[in-house]
Write a protein that binds this ligand. Structure first.
Ligand SMILES: Nc1ncnc2c1ncn2[C@@H]1O[C@H](COP(=O)(O)OP(=O)(O)OP(=O)(O)O)[C@@H](O)[C@H]1O
Ligand SMILES: [Mg+2]
Length: 269
């Protein structure tokens, strides 16, 4: 099934007075500065079989990269190594030039401020208000209350939830809850957004809406790594595509796109 994205996308808030600075446009030259470098990364959960082996990946500032591969391939693991849920067993990961495994306790705010993470299951607190769910990302960085109010309002505007701050997060629809999670991830203006199957719990139309929202955030200058095995999304957007296959990360060619399209049409028929 190929989704008609024009019919499902909708425009969301792009406040003209936004504090979200328009970042420098991506530099597509080969001299562009990498925001993320993975060098000979190995991760073992079982002693004998590495989940990730010899992963080498470079992502420049301003890129939008899809990460795909079958269930269990290691997509979540790859992202978890970046946001330091796990650490590499060998090799290294440089984020903005810093080795994430070597970040000291005092550098953790650097990671929190510069990385936004979005999950399949939203991970919002349902008995909190929408405002509180987004504000928490700034509170842990000790941002003054007055600033928090305006920044949360802008973030909610950006994800299409302007004026919804007082609502109970648990009362929102699935798509709206994911928008709250995205607002929480972008309210700190991170340089890099990591999305782990962010549309996995949403129906196809909403998935395209959420992809479009990520693209708008990317357009404003944020680097995005979007893990998904949803072929309809991969087909809908012409972004760089890397695939995890047997523990290796492979730069996808047109061949892979054709493969994705073929398997998708087989599923649909
Ligand atoms: N904390 C962990 N402890 C042990 N094994 C793990 C752990 N996390 C992941 N694994 C294993 O690593 C492999 C890759 O898992 P991962 O969750 O990264 O895959 P995935 O590509 O994200 O899959 P899916 O599409 O189902 O989300 C799997 O075999 C999984 O069982
Ligand atoms: Mg996963």
């Amino acid at each position: 099934m190929t989704l008609a994205r024009e019919s499902t996308t909708r425009s969301v808030g792009r406040g003209s007075t936004s504090f979200f600075r328009q970042r420098e446009r991506p530099d597509s030259s080969k001299h562009a500065k990498p925001i993320l470098v993975m060098e000979e990364v190995y991760k073992y959960f079982r002693r004998d079989v590495p989940t990730l082996k010899n992963v080498n990946l470079k992502i420049n500032r301003g890129e939008f990269v899809f990460v795909t591969g079958p269930s269990g391939a290691g997509k979540s693991t790859l992202l978890q190594l970046i946001y330091r849920k796990h650490t590499v067993d060998s090799g290294r990961i440089l984020f903005s030039g810093r080795d994430v495994a070597r970040l000291t306790k005092s550098s953790i705010p650097f990671l929190r401020r510069n990385l936004g993470v979005i999950f399949q299951d939203f991970k919002i607190i349902s008995h909190w208000s929408t405002f509180e769910n987004v504000a928490v990302a700034l509170e842990i960085l000790s941002i003054p209350k007055r600033l928090i109010r305006s920044r949360v309002a802008e973030a909610l505007d950006r994800v299409g939830l302007a004026g919804r701050g007082n609502e109970h997060a648990g009362d929102l629809s699935g798509g709206e809850q994911q928008r709250v999670a995205i607002a929480r991830a972008i309210v700190t203006e991170p340089a890099l957004l990591l999305a782990d199957e962010p549309t996995g719990n949403l129906d196809p139309g909403l998935s395209i809406d959420i992809l479009t929202l990520f693209e708008e955030i990317h357009e404003a200058g944020t680097t995005v790594i979007f893990a998904t095995h949803d072929h309809s999304l991969l087909q809908a957007a012409p972004h760089r595509l890397v695939m995890i296959d047997d523990g290796h990360v492979i730069e996808a060619s047109q061949g892979l796109r054709a493969w994705a399209a073929r398997t998708q049409s087989m599923v649909a028929s």
